[in-house]
Design a protein around this ligand. Structure first.
Ligand code: ZN
Length: 326
């Protein structure tokens, strides 16, 4: 996920901030400067008819940075040594006329023409010292210019109170179809670095698997410890590790995954501290068990795996053979 550091403390920026971030702008008031397709898009993305707007000039590397202001990036408005507010980017356009109409031009005559629209503006009050820690920036990071920071740490969203934003995104992903899943499975190559497209594919894959396992359920049972948990504490865990599966095995979604809890079972299974043998939980004799780990594993040892069946037996067998008897 991209976080856009957006300084808003300078003289001109402060007035833009007051005009188009602290206060929403009616889409109808700016319609004269927008193309038909931009208008349709904004109406769809902002059904309440109002938008928040920001823009940067063409100076320096701004235009290439603007290319990273993709939907669902989080803009972080900074100034007076604090994070002042955050917002979620919905859409971006290059539109000098609209920019000039909204904010005029800077001292060199440039409008803030590389623009983006936002929703969910949230007032924040976090000092730079803490903000640097949250974002994993150096202790002297200056927050002086527009910068794009790529981070995939869900803790950042939690610390900035932005989880609700993410929940909305997950809802959108709930629409992932079996076709989306097949495309994702076929095109995702774990040996290549994640870029924007592959991270979308990866989200689609996960969301389809979650939809298959959980539907609209609020709670479900862990396949290993058998305990009931809210579905947000369960993952769609591959019985045979995803990285070892052939395409056909990955496409066998009805058999290749089961719900596994994040309370310990997911990691223990993935790292081979436990496995399922003939439908029952077993521990691994080769692993080093601390007392705490022994206590955990003893409680689940020999439990019957709820999701074990003849049709997924081969995947469990792979795990048992390759993870345990090494
Ligand atoms: Zn569990």
């Amino acid at each position: 996920m991209n976080f856009i550091i957006q300084p808003a403390g300078g003289e001109a920026a402060s007035s833009h901030y007051a005009k188009t971030i602290l206060n929403p702008i009616k889409i109808s008031d700016i319609a004269a400067h927008l193309s038909r397709s931009d208008l349709n898009k904004l109406a769809e993305l902002h059904p309440d008819g109002v938008v928040y707007i920001w823009g940067v000039t063409r100076k320096g590397s701004n235009p290439s940075r603007w290319g990273n202001f993709v939907p669902n990036s989080v803009a972080l408005f900074t100034g007076r040594n604090h994070l002042l507010a955050s917002g979620v980017i919905t859409y971006s356009i290059h539109n000098p006329r609209l920019a000039e109409d909204l904010w005029g031009t800077d001292d060199d005559g440039y409008p803030w023409e590389y623009m983006y629209f936002l929703k969910n503006i949230l007032p924040q009050n976090i000092h730079y010292v803490e903000l640097r820690q949250i974002l994993g920036l150096s202790e002297v990071y200056p927050f002086r210019r527009c910068e794009v920071i790529s981070r995939d740490n869900p803790m950042i969203l939690e610390k900035l109170s932005l989880q609700e934003t993410i929940d909305e995104d997950e809802d959108e992903d709930e629409t992932a179809t079996e076709e989306d899943y097949q495309t994702a499975v076929k095109e995702l190559d774990p040996s290549k670095p994640l870029d924007e497209r592959t991270s979308v594919l990866s989200r689609k894959e996960q969301s389809f698997l979650r939809k298959h396992l959980f539907r609209k359920k609020v709670t479900n049972f862990c396949g290993i410890c058998g305990k009931e948990y809210p579905v947000e504490l369960l993952v769609a865990g591959h019985i045979k590790p995803r990285s070892k599966c052939s395409i056909d095995e990955k496409l066998d979604y009805k058999n290749i995954v089961m719900p596994v809890c994040k309370m310990g079972c997911d990691d223990l299974y993935e790292k081979g501290y436990i496995s399922i043998s003939k439908g029952k939980v077993v521990s691994c004799p080769d692993k080093y068990y601390t007392d705490a780990l022994k206590t955990y594993v003893l409680k689940i040892h020999n439990l019957h795996c709820l999701y074990h069946s003849p049709s997924n037996e081969k995947y469990f067998l792979w795990h048992e053979t390759n993870r345990l008897k090494k």
